[in-house]
Structure formats: C-alpha cells, structure tokens
Design a protein around this ligand. Structure first.
Ligand code: HSE
Length: 324
C-alpha cells in the first residue's frame, strides 16, 4: 500500500425511473472523481462548483466511509489524503451522495488491495444510503433492478437500450431526499400498489427487451410522484405533456427536483422538448439547467497510481482524461 494512490471515477444516477420506487436506477454520463492515498495527516481537497460547503475535516463523508471499509477489513489507516471533484449537482435527485459513498467505498477498498468483494461494497453502500437504487447504478453502471429488505440487497444489472438517452431539467433549488421522503404517506391503496407493481414490471421488461414504445405507459407512478408534486412546481404538467414533445417517458429523477425525460437518440424533437421543460419550470419561478445525458454502461472505475505518477492534481488528471 505504501506509495499507492487511487482515483475512482463514479457515474451519477437517476433513481425510481417513475414507478420503481427504491428499486430501479440508471447510471448517467455525469461524473464525480475521488482520489485517495494514505498520509501523515489528513488533508481533504474539494474541486468544482458543486462541493461548496462540504466539510474538509474528518467529519467529511468520504473520510468517514473510507474508515468503515478499513474497519471491516481490519486495517488501520487513520490519516488520508483525499481529493474530490464532482460535476454532479448536490441534492437535485441525480445521486450525488450515492456517488460520494460509492467513490469512497471503492477507493478505500482499492487502496488496501481490494479485500472486500463488490457485493460487500454494495451491501455497505445500501445500508449507508438507505436504498439500493442510486448506489447500485453508481457501483455497477447500466440499469440496475434492486431490492433491499433492510438486511440484504440484491441487484441485477441490465444493459440500457443502445438508442436510449436522457434529457434532465435541473431546477436551481435544492430538495433534500429526507424532505421528499417525509412527503410520502405511510399507507397507500391496494389499487395504487397494483398499478405500480404492473408499471414497474412492465418498465423493466420494456427496457430489457428494447420495447421503447412501452416506456411512456410503463413509466407512470402512483406511489411517490403525486405526493411529491407540491414540492416541485410544474411537475404535474411535465408528467402529463412531455410525451407530446417526443419524450419516450418522463419521471421525477430520484427524490427530485430534477425531471428526467427519456428520449430516442437523434430524435429531432429533443430541442422542442427541452424548450417545453424549461418553459414550464420557469413559468413556475424556477430557473433550470438542461443536460443531455446518456446511460453510462460502466460503474465505478478504479485507476491505481504510484506516488510519482505523471500528474500533479486531481483536476490535472481529470482534464487529461476528458481530453482523451
Ligand atoms: N428512491 C429514493 C427516493 C431515491 O425516491 O426517495 C432518492 O434519491
């Protein structure tokens, strides 16, 4: 381990995909990077616009999660040199905290020679996040169908259909997952439960078999979106009308407030769809950022470096990687 430095690239994720509450996730082509090495004293450096206000002492999530890996593996590395850069906006429903958790678990494990299995990391990530959908997608990539009974998480990874892409409309305001979960009822009607089981099952089958025309029907939800609507002005109109502008299907991304529209790559109506999403959110008083993203087939990826590797900072490394 002496001299070892690891860099982990982790994709963002969208959770639920509409009806698959806490059980469906998809990795997206937007990334965070975590760099880690053992050190004489702990230093935590954060880069990029999205990590403002994140602590840089030992209360930092990356540090804390790394220590849980070392404890599990019976290794003692109290001081760490950590750097993180992220393009994933915080608390917008794009899995920023899951990407940090996964980045920290994978980096810490790689630093000590990977004694913990992927499955063990997935169990730890799910327990930390409280649901497996975002962490599963960030860890494994692709589309992840997952379950968690509070003790054990299981996941099956599917390849996303090759022509599937996503448009995300990211409102300028933040919405914590905790607040968005508080909006949910403790009980729902049997008919709504049946509706969601059918929709979610159909959605997985449609994605697995490439039946993209079924997505619009299958992406409907009665379990969480209706209850979260008051927190995301404009959401009901977007859910009702995005398919008229060419979306294959539309949903709240994770706990929101980002709206996710699935589209067919190269569809000439995408610009019109983007205008519609922006207009609705702006009419409701929220500026928004639009991004066209692709499903990301690869999950968290480790690069091992020796201390004298040919680069100075994580930013320099990322710039080189992005240029390739
Ligand atoms: N499935 C979770 C929720 C995702 O909807 O609350 C949070 O990102």
């Amino acid at each position: 381990m002496a001299g070892r430095r690891v860099i982990v690239k982790v994709p963002a994720s969208t959770a639920n995909l509409g009806p698959g509450f806490d059980s469906l996730g998809m990795a997206l082509s937007l990334y965070a990077w975590v760099e880690m090495s053992a050190s004489e004293s702990t230093v935590i450096r954060l880069y990029g616009d999205h990590l403002e206000g994140v602590p840089t002492d030992k209360s930092n999530l990356i540090y804390d999660v790394a220590q849980s890996v070392f404890r599990e593996a019976g290794v003692d590395i109290p001081e760490l040199d950590i750097a993180m850069y992220s393009d994933i906006p915080l608390t917008r429903g794009l899995g920023s905290s899951a990407s940090a958790v996964v980045g920290a678990l994978v980096a810490a494990n790689a630093l000590i020679g990977s004694p913990l299995s992927q499955d063990k990391l997935f169990q730890m990530a799910t327990a930390l996040e409280g649901h497996p959908d975002n962490v599963g997608a960030s860890l494994f990539g692709g589309i992840v169908v997952a379950s968690w009974d509070g003790v054990r998480a299981e996941a099956v990874r599917l390849e996303a259909p090759s022509s599937l892409e996503a448009v995300v409309a990211i409102p300028s305001y933040q919405l914590s997952t905790e607040k968005a979960r508080h909006a949910l009822p403790s009980q729902i009607a049997m008919s709504d439960a049946v509706f969601n089981v059918a929709s979610s099952s159909l959605l997985v089958a449609a994605l697995a078999s490439g039946r993209l025309e079924l997505i619009r029907h299958a992406m409907r939800d009665r379990l969480h979106q209706p209850y979260r609507a008051p927190l995301i002005p404009g959401m009901p109109e977007i859910l009702a009308r995005a398919c008229d502008f060419g979306a294959l299907g539309v949903a709240l991304s994770g706990a929101g407030p980002t709206m996710l529209a699935l589209v067919q790559a190269g569809d000439p109506r995408i610009a019109e769809l983007e205008r519609f999403l922006r207009d609705v959110l702006e009419r409701e008083g929220a500026a928004c950022e639009l991004m066209r993203l692709k499903p990301c087939a690869e999950g968290a990826r480790v690069t091992l470096l020796e201390h004298d590797a040919d680069y100075s900072t994580l930013e320099h490394w990322i710039r080189k990687e992005v240029e390739v």
